[in-house]
Design a protein around this ligand. Structure first.
Ligand code: SF4
Length: 456
């Protein structure tokens, strides 16, 4: 008798959370396809999802805890592994203090609701101020801006891509990323639909990206000078009387107008390299559209003016009446609402020991991680826990980080691969693989362009 069955599953590999149908026969995966009945992703799939079976079947994927003995790895039992980890961490905390144990959480952490809901029962117990994650090399300016403007770092307005008439994208390439801080499966069709219904897509990017190539207009901005362009746009909106009243309560908007009065399109043009008349025309086109949305992503976040850029993006939506409006930027109403269930966040409540960098939401910028391990003195980090991350590859100055990892007294990694980072661990604890546990997108339903929910 055949035991072929079909499983419905969200792909957890990127923010698009596409619905998949996975056909199996016993333990064997027969096919992975986009689910045409998934009302959110509408059958969309990309090649990465098909490769989920390669993880599932990979003989190199760890199935047992591993202990490093010099250059050799030895499989050990779970009880022995837990005991060893607990003993070493407790001993280091006891000897040097709680802050000498650091934590790094990688991006997959937010794609796993088990980690989202339960990792803090362990990590929080450590009570260390040296917590790091991928956030500070990705979207931290979004959180800080929302925290300062709206009172909660997760109250992140999302472009209403399916209803807008005018979409302005800065520093984002959804055709390559499949959307980010905008969970949007099948993004190419959705962007093309804006144009098909008579709307307009404008991309600002120093590079002719894949998304710029399908836009109505592409403005080449000087790298790192997006804030100047955004200032020029906002200034033009004020100066030419293009703002639109909003029902949202606005504090201090006159102060903003006064503060940016000198940042005219002409003054900003010299900085950003976009001709002043093009900046002015863009502001007029944006304001003239019935429903418009400005969206800035990684290219305007991971740069010197990241938070300033995200603040200006919010202001442009706000003063044109496009914030919290259909076709503009909207906040979701997810079934599991992290805005309701988490604290609003805090900023600069403490600073890193060596470079005095401020924390946000309990995390320090990961750029400070290596120096916290390398710089001798009271509070020097002696032990590290990594969870689902490979910071040697994905964070700044990986070589320096490697040097730092090599000098630690103890390192624990939760990961199912020995990789560039985990090879320095003393113990690796492997979780189940993506297709071996249930799944709910606690984070990405919050950022989705439609209100959706799905448990697999
Ligand atoms: S676009 Fe993202 S979520 Fe969709 S199939 Fe590809 S990797 Fe998975």
């Amino acid at each position: 008798m055949s035991d072929i069955s079909v499983h419905h599953r969200a792909c957890h590999l990127c923010e698009a959370i596409c619905g998949l149908t996975i056909q199996t026969e016993g333990e064997r995966i027969l096919s992975i396809k986009g689910d045409p009945l998934d009302s959110f992703s509408r059958g969309h799939i990309c090649p990465k999802a098909v490769a989920l079976q390669d993880i599932q079947n990979d003989p190199d994927r760890l199935r047992h805890p591993m202990r490093r003995c010099g250059d050799e790895w030895q499989a050990i039992g779970w009880d022995e592994a837990y005991e060893l980890v607990a003993e070493r961490l407790a001993e280091i905390r006891e000897r040097h203090g709680a802050n000498t144990v650091a934590i790094y959480q990688g991006n997959p952490s937010v794609h796993n609701y088990g980690l989202m809901t339960h990792s803090n029962y362990f990590l929080g117990l450590l009570k260390t101020r040296n917590r790091f994650s991928a956030t500070s090399v990705d979207q931290l300016p979004h959180h800080l801006t929302s925290h300062l403007m709206y009172g909660h770092g997760l109250l992140l307005p999302v472009p209403d891509i399916d209803h807008t008439d005018f979409m302005l994208i800065l520093g984002g390439n959804p055709l390559a990323s499949n959307g980010s801080i905008m969970t949007v499966p099948d993004v190419e069709k959705r962007l093309k639909a804006i144009r098909a219904r008579g709307g307009k897509l404008v991309v600002v990017d120093p590079r002719r990206s894949e998304t710029a190539a399908i836009a109505d207009q592409h403005l080449f901005v000087r790298p790192g000078q997006d804030a100047a362009l955004l200032f020029g746009l906002l200034n033009t909106l004020f100066e030419e009387g293009l703002t639109r009243a909003s029902e949202l309560p606005l504090d201090d908007i006159e102060e903003v107008r006064t503060a940016i009065a000198a940042f005219s399109a002409e003054a900003m043009s010299a900085r950003c390299g976009v001709p002043a008349e093009q900046i002015r025309q863009l502001a007029r086109d944006f304001a003239a559209a019935d429903k418009a949305v400005c969206y800035g992503r990684m290219g305007v976040s991971t740069q010197a003016f990241g938070t300033l850029c995200q603040w200006l993006v919010q202001l442009i939506n706000l003063v044109t009446g496009n914030l919290d409006r259909v076709g503009g930027a909207l906040c979701t109403e997810p079934a599991v609402d992290l805005v309701e269930t988490t604290s609003g966040g805090h900023f600069a409540a403490w600073h890193s020991r060596v470079s005095q960098l401020p924390e946000y939401g309990g995390e320090l910028p990961v750029a400070a991680l290596a120096e916290e391990m390398l710089e001798p003195g009271e509070g020097q980090v002696r032990a590290l826990i990594t969870v689902a991350g490979n910071p040697v590859l994905s964070t700044p100055n990986g070589r320096k980080l490697e040097q730092a990892l090599d000098g630690l007294e103890f390192m624990l990694s939760v990961d199912f691969y020995i990789n560039e980072t985990t090879r320095y661990a003393d113990v690796i604890l492997p979780p189940t693989a993506p297709l071996e546990h249930d799944h709910y997108d606690a984070t990405f339903n919050l950022l989705a362009v439609r209100n959706v929910t799905r448990f697999n």
